[in-house]
Design a protein around this ligand. Structure first.
Ligand SMILES: *[C@@H]1O[C@H](CO)[C@@H](O)[C@H](O)[C@H]1NC(C)=O
Length: 281
């Protein structure tokens, strides 16, 4: 058979080659006697690893895994490869970039090296306590000095955060007015806490709105009860003498009487006595 003959020839050629390899040096060895010239193969992760700081800490723990192989282990399963490194797994690394290097040495002294960077990123904003609550004040002056307690802030990095605020405690604020006090608390990594922002609401203190006198009427200027006069229905009279006008100032009713006898008390008097008519004042 043609096929049988071809097979036989190929077998004769291959056999001597297999014999010669088995009598040579193992892979990565040469010379006589055979010596190992091939360094280990060392594969680092990377080029860089990014990890976040642990909560409340200025560091992150790194887990290091590398792959090492060597021809000497193929030749002798008991061969020892010594691996040294600048860091060990579980090391706490600071915020920023840390270079981590490894080397592996085989028994013949061949060395392989690799290195990579671990970047520890701080993603945790500063924390604050004592943030001011919203402030609401009824004021009797056109401007008011408003004070509040400063928040106390700290950061996991261990450095004091930068506190920026658009107004300072003790500043003058116009009345009436509504103001937002923006607190921006930042760390060196650009993390920001704005939770301490709050509002200041300043209102003009208004005078108490008493009802009209019984059996009488109340006449006020339309602009928020600023000035009022009281009147009695015909045939009735005030229980005590009111001023000509009441005007609201500083949250209290003041009297305007042009020297006429009057009593400075509020609420204003009711009207008493016989009513002659039902429809006139
Ligand atoms: C191997 O790594 C160790 C630890 O980082 C270092 O001290 C040593 O110098 C390195 N050896 C070589 C040959 O690079």
């Amino acid at each position: 058979m043609m096929y049988g003959g071809a097979f036989f020839i190929a077998y004769c050629f291959i056999f001597p080659i297999l014999i010669s390899v088995s009598y040579g040096c193992p892979t990565g060895y040469k010379g006589s006697p055979c010596t190992d010239y091939q360094p280990p193969s060392l594969i680092c992760p990377g080029p860089s690893l990014l990890i976040n700081t642990e909560k409340g800490k200025a560091t992150a723990r790194v887990l290091l895994t590398i792959q090492v192989t060597d021809n000497s282990v193929d030749a002798n399963p008991n061969a020892v490869i010594v691996v040294r490194s600048s860091h060990v797994t579980g090391d706490e690394l600071p915020i920023g970039r840390t270079r981590i290097s490894f080397n592996a040495t085989d028994e013949a002294g061949n060395v392989a090296e690799c290195s990579f960077s671990v970047v520890v990123k701080d993603t945790e904003p500063p924390t604050c306590s004592g943030c001011p609550a919203d402030i609401v004040i009824e004021a009797t002056t056109p401007e008011l000095r408003v004070n509040w307690d400063y928040p106390r802030c700290s950061d996991n990095s261990g450095f004091l955060p930068i506190i920026q605020v658009n107004r300072q405690s003790g500043d003058l604020f116009g009345v009436p007015g509504s103001y937002v006090i923006y607190y921006k608390v930042s760390d060196g990594s650009g993390n920001v806490n704005r939770d301490c922002s709050f509002k200041i609401i300043l209102k003009v203190k208004t005078c108490p709105k008493f009802p009209p006198p019984r059996n009488g009427a109340l006449a006020c200027t339309p602009d928020d009860f600023l000035t009022c006069a009281v009147l009695c229905q015909t045939g009735t009279d005030f229980e005590f003498n009111p001023p000509l006008l009441y005007y609201c100032s500083g949250g209290n009713w003041q009297n305007w009487a042009l020297g006429m006898p009057h009593e400075r008390k509020t609420p204003w008097p009711n009207c008493a006595g016989e009513r002659l008519t039902h429809d006139s004042i």
